[in-house]
Design a protein around this ligand. Structure first.
Ligand code: F6R
Length: 237
């Protein structure tokens, strides 16, 4: 695991975006794994600026998002699909057919989960996966106790995750109880992983990750089993 301390949130975002743009320049047909949440917003701004400056094109690239809330349609403003459109996809030239976000409102969720992993495999696997981390150590929506061998699946969100994500909803009761998420095994199959950690609320998760202990009680610890993980952090020690 490679650790890079960034002097600021902006610097963290730029370092991460540079890794993605270098990958894209080297291979225009790259397959990217994307995350949502507060942490990568600056990263997406950087990617959009590079695209607008004519430095990169996503015309041949593909993307797969980590997760989506169950029961929330893509056009709903609180969906992760909507977040991705607003933060990235509406501003770049990635083809709509190459954009994949798990479907949270399908009638057969189990089938959608299996098909999602098949689609990733069919695209040749993910070249770089972006991750954030939950205060409880979740990656994607793989909450503590998740099996490291699971593929994309339907999960129940913990109270701490629902509380942390309440800021995007009117009230706690509106935060969905379940999500569809790439499993830890899906994530570990990515060729390269970039994990962003920002802000004091993530200090405990950071300490636990740094300790090197590997346990299903702390999902991010699975990343120690991968041989190409870069952690870019700021506002934590
Ligand atoms: C988002 C995701 C989550 C977030 C994590 C941190 O797609 O999979 O694991 O990365 O909850 O969220 P923020 O960045 O909002 O603190």
């Amino acid at each position: 695991m490679k650790w890079i301390e960034a002097a600021s949130y902006e610097e963290m975002s730029i370092i991460a975006a540079n890794i993605f743009t270098a990958q894209l320049k080297q291979n225009p047909t790259s397959v990217f794994g994307m995350a949502t949440g507060g942490t990568p917003e600056g990263f997406y701004k950087e990617l959009v600026s590079s695209y607008q400056a004519g430095e990169i094109s996503f015309a041949e690239a593909k993307s797969f998002n980590l997760d989506e809330y169950i029961g929330i349609a893509p056009e709903n403003k609180v969906s992760y699909h909507y977040y991705m459109d607003e933060n990235l996809f509406n501003h770049i030239d990635m083809k709509r057919e190459n954009i994949h976000v798990p479907t949270g409102d399908s009638t057969d969720l189990q089938a959608s989960a299996v098909q999602y992993d098949e689609a990733i495999e069919g695209a040749g696997g993910i070249d770089i996966q972006l991750l954030g981390i939950g205060v409880n150590g979740h990656i994607g929506f793989n909450e503590p106790g998740s099996s490291f061998s699971a593929g994309t699946n339907i999960v129940e969100l913990t109270e701490s995750t629902r509380e942390a994500n309440q800021i995007y909803f009117d009230k706690l009761e509106d935060v969905p109880s379940h999500a569809i998420t790439m499993g830890i095994s899906t994530i570990l199959q990515s060729k390269k992983i970039v994990l962003l950690i920002s802000g004091a609320s993530k200090q405990e998760a950071m300490d636990r990750l740094r300790s090197g202990e590997i346990t299903e009680d702390f999902p991010a610890s699975a990343l120690h089993q991968h041989n190409d993980v870069t952690v870019i952090y700021t506002g934590v020690k």
